[in-house]
Design a protein around this ligand. Structure first.
Ligand code: IPD
Length: 289
């Protein structure tokens, strides 16, 4: 199975490399911010789709920071953010940002959350209507940033330039479901969770094991660096997957959805030999969405 992502066409005067560097800078700044400025007693600021879908004050403040930095650096670009940023833009580029992916982990101080920053072409609001050009996922707990640009490979580097060479990422070569370590996640709505649990009842006996890490962006990075073999989840939004999608593909993997582009109905990521098998598991067995 091969990728279906279309070739991104950039506006004049901007390069993939430049955009990738900016993704790294922005994600790193916000990751440092949520780690270093975390208030001592942090609670839930608000809830969104359901009582379990929480927002902390730091989700909002991290998005405000990213919004400000993007507008300083590229005032004509659009912005779409998890916490409500929605700027139309005129350049043809849109920044798709998740200021804290893994908010529940962040709230409970489980060290698996990230800042995800991607820049895309096309209509970022439309399922299947956009293509990532560059992206970065910064992990404030491990002080690492994972990044890719279209055609530039997928890389991990330290948050601070300490002279360590960036490490190139490559997906696992696993090709058998029975030996697959499969990451997954759950939506926030109870009825969707119930369906997702039913799917897992059938999937779990067929794979090596399941991991629920709690951050879709980090799940995708784990596929890219081969520390899980595959990832599948229904219900993701553009900001959860935009940077990770590109990082997986630049690491030699494939990311697909229910029919074509990954998104709300389904996102499946794995190496080329495995992705079709995982996709079949989640589509033929009534995955929730
Ligand atoms: C969530 C996380 C989680 C996934 C959910 C996402 P958030 O993002 O990525 O792992 O299972 O589907 O909504 O709400 O923490 O930004």
């Amino acid at each position: 199975m091969t990728t279906i992502r279309t070739e991104p066409v950039l506006p004049d005067g901007v390069t993939v490399e430049e955009l990738e560097r900016l993704c790294v800078t922005l994600a790193t700044e916000a990751a440092r911010f949520i780690r270093d400025e975390r208030p001592p007693r942090m609670g839930v600021d608000a809830t969104k789709s359901t009582e379990t879908d929480v927002v902390t004050v730091m989700d909002r403040r991290s998005e405000e920071l990213l919004h400000r930095l993007i507008q300083q650096a590229r005032p004509d670009d659009g912005i779409l953010g998890e916490e409500g940023a929605n700027v139309a833009g005129t350049s043809g580029l849109t920044w798709v940002i998740d200021p804290i992916d893994g908010t529940v982990n962040y709230l409970y101080e489980v060290p698996a959350y990230a800042v995800s920053v991607a820049v895309v072409v096309g209509d970022a609001h439309a399922q299947g209507g956009w293509t990532p050009v560059a992206g970065a996922v910064a992990d404030p707990c491990l002080r690492l940033v994972h990044h890719a640009g279209h055609g530039t490979g997928a890389w991990t580097r330290p948050e601070s330039d300490d002279g360590t060479e960036p490490r190139r990422l490559a997906v696992s070569a696993e090709d058998r479901l029975a030996r697959t370590l499969l990451a997954t996640g759950f939506g926030y709505a109870p009825e969707i969770r119930a369906r997702q649990a039913e799917v897992l009842l059938r999937v779990l006996p067929l794979v090596r094991d399941i991991r629920r890490i709690g951050s879709a962006a980090l799940d995708l990075v784990r596929v890219a660096d081969g520390s899980v073999d595959a990832y599948a989840e229904a219900g993701l939004n553009a900001w959860d997957l935009a940077a990770g999608w590109l990082i997986v593909e630049e690491a030699g993997g494939v990311v697909i959805g229910e029919q074509e582009s990954p998104g709300r109905l389904l996102t499946v990521a794995a190496g080329p030999e495995l992705v079709g098998q995982v996709h079949a598991l989640f589509t033929t067995q009534a995955a929730g969405g």
